[in-house]
Design a protein around this ligand. Structure first.
Ligand code: NAD
Length: 409
């Protein structure tokens, strides 16, 4: 059987542990038998990052910028224990952090919805896509303990020598307390807004931004103002054409709405709010194996897709001991699906677009036929027992290959 030929390069980034085991199975059993893809591959496993002094991560970032489409396996971000386990000379930075910086991109978390899988929040019937503004706020704040009585002030000295702004923040009593200085940048908020609107347009979602601008009038006020301006100037017409909307909501309002809603929207959140709500939404949809992650640039042209979960170290230890493992590979398979879809859209390749759709339908069809990994058994309306990772991948592969063959008769 002739393979479907992909015309232009996809950047492949391999990784660590169970995620890498799944990766190889997905390539070998699902992708390679029917697709001929010009791959530009980078090994971001921890041993290779150590070997190359992490140069391989920067090389991968450059390749993503060049080719525009990438798919990534989960990788270990080393802590002290991992440094010992792998005999590292450095605590290498998170590859995802390096790639995000290089692309100046935004990470979108998108759950997979499958008919026979009931989410923990049962009325969430469509994805809630979480977009977290991963810049500054609490994560680059300066905080300290205030030891006793005294005055706390904020002081801003303009670079051009203009008038200094001084604000008194608090007058402390003898017991002291705590203090925090926090900031954000207008250009970063604007990039975030653009990335959110581009992603939503591409995926056909309305957009909500949540803040607490009734309390932080200047701080959160800047977020609402920048979103409003970027939307009005650059996106309102395209949104109107698609009958999509943009709305700001107070964070408390929005949290209540998200729980009551049936999903189907993109939720733009400030850094800390996004950190918290991403986990609430991930849990509400059922399993980490169902959560995808896309790093996209503000114009939406460059996309890196991956599973949102980590390297699933606990399962890897069982795999290495030769025990049966049932790690859910859906998010990994669909990361390939998203990369193929993005490649197809950039290249206006209708056949490849159909094949990417087939991959999504093959996964859904397999799950709806009652073939699932252990984590989904209790959420499935039809499955009674769980399959191993390999059995599940093989079931998806045979469905997918039949569908792809159908395109070429
Ligand atoms: P993890 O997401 O790998 O696993 C946590 C737990 O969630 C697992 O023990 C398992 O019970 C469940 N789980 C996760 N994915 C699953 C799946 N596909 N199927 C079934 N169950 C699943 O998180 P962790 O154990 O905290 O992290 C392991 C490593 O992954 C760490 O070294 C961390 O640095 C790395 N990590 C990488 C990424 C990334 O590359 N995108 C993201 C998160 C964590």
């Amino acid at each position: 059987m002739d393979k479907v030929k992909v015309a232009r390069t996809i950047v492949e980034i391999t990784g660590d542990e169970m995620a890498q085991v799944i990766w190889e199975l997905v390539r070998e059993r699902i992708i390679d038998p029917v697709l001929q893809i010009p791959l530009d591959s980078y090994d971001l496993s921890l041993p290779n990052r150590e070997l190359t002094g992490d140069a391989v991560t920067s090389e991968a970032a450059a390749a993503i910028l060049e080719h525009g489409v990438a798919v990534k396996c989960s990788t270990i971000t080393p802590d002290k224990a991992r440094a010992e386990e792998y005999g590292l000379t450095h605590l290498w930075r998170s590859p995802n952090g390096t790639l995000r910086k290089a692309l100046d991109g935004v990470i979108f978390r998108e759950p997979v919805i499958i008919e026979s899988i009931e989410p923990l929040v049962p009325h969430w019937q469509a994805p809630i896509v979480i977009a977290r503004h991963a810049n500054a706020d609490q994560y680059q704040a300066t905080d300290f303990s205030v030891p006793g009585a005294g005055t706390l002030t904020l002081n801003y000295a303009p670079a051009d020598g203009g008038e200094t702004i001084i604000r008194e923040v608090a007058e402390f009593g003898p017991d002291g307390g705590v203090a925090l200085g926090m900031y954000n940048n207008t250009d970063s908020i604007a990039t975030f807004a653009r990335a959110c609107f581009s992603f939503a347009l591409n995926a056909n979602y309305p957009v909500y931004l949540s803040t607490k601008n009734t309390v932080l009038k200047a701080y959160d006020g800047l977020f609402t103002e920048v979103f409003e301006t970027v939307f009005a100037k650059e996106f309102s017409e395209a949104f109107a054409e698609r009958e999509l909307t943009y709305e700001h909501r107070l964070i408390d309002d929005m949290v209540a709405y998200a729980i009551k809603s049936s999903g189907g929207f993109l939720w733009a959140l400030k850094n800390y709010d996004g950190d918290v709500q991403a986990d609430i939404v991930a849990q509400g949809f059922g399993s980490p194996g169902l959560m995808g992650s896309v790093l996209a640039t503000a114009d939406g042209r460059i996309q890196l897709s991956e599973a949102a979960h980590g390297t699933v170290a606990r399962h890897y230890r069982r795999h290495r001991a030769g025990d049966r493992v049932s790690t859910n590979p859906i998010a990994t398979i669909l990361a390939w699906g998203r990369a193929l879809e993005h490649r197809a859209k950039l290249d206006e390749d209708a056949v490849l677009l159909a094949v990417a759709g087939d991959l999504r339908r093959a996964v859904a069809g397999t799950v709806d036929a009652g073939i699932v990994t252990d984590d989904l058994v209790s959420l499935s309306a039809v499955a009674t027992t769980g399959s191993s990772t390999q059995e599940f991948i093989d079931a998806v592969a045979s469905r997918f290959h039949r569908m792809v063959a159908g395109h070429r008769v």
